[in-house]
Design a protein around this ligand. Sequence first.
Ligand code: DX5
Ligand code: ZN
Length: 229
Amino acid sequence: MRDVMIAPSILSCDFGNMREEAENAVNAGARILHVDVMDGHFVPNLTFGPSMVKALRKTIRVPLDIHLMVEEPMSLIPAFLEAAGPMKGDILTVHQEACRDLAGTIGQIRALAPEILIGVSIKPNTPVSTLKGYESMIDMVLLMTVEPGFGGQGLIEEVLSKIDETRELFREAGKDILIELDGGVKIDNLHKLTGADLLVMGSAVFKAGDLEKTAENLKKIHEKLKDLL
Ligand code: DX5
Ligand code: ZN
């Protein structure tokens, strides 16, 4: 049976209580945590820097799934990797649209942290074909199912055809690729999304400030997923 993993996005938690929120999600079954890094340029919002990543790493024992929504991330990647203290199972994702030299950016991550998985993300309107030529370098494709920048938006269903398209592109290159969907994933649309390997869920998991509700949400989501697979 194929595994589908839920990656709760701490963007939707109570930032004033991030440590407890993160621990609570892990105790309720999260096997990875999604961390949205936004720079106020590539996306019109600003979130976490390396010190936040360092604090999270100290707090929790599961891998981190770091999503860099950052213009030209090469100058920031060393600081994020140092802060994270990379461990096996971590994922670091950059945006195709944000990198002038995508191959160079991937090479930089690989050289600094050979043990982690490297993701490349594309926005809803960016064609899958823009990843052609990079297949052998990439471990995961993150398909944005909303315009990046904010949690709580509705999933853009048109993006879902990209799941098969991505699998096909990588299969042709002889590569078994991981696919992650990010944005608007809810318990009610999970049944349409099980072709992916990882599903980011922010507002559907975290009820900021209500740890019990968050744990309950996560348990329900995992039960539903078990029924679907
Ligand atoms: C949006 C972020 C997402 C966000 C998803 O730009 O990349 O990871 O946290 O939030 P929901 O699940 O609420 O759409
Ligand atoms: Zn994200």
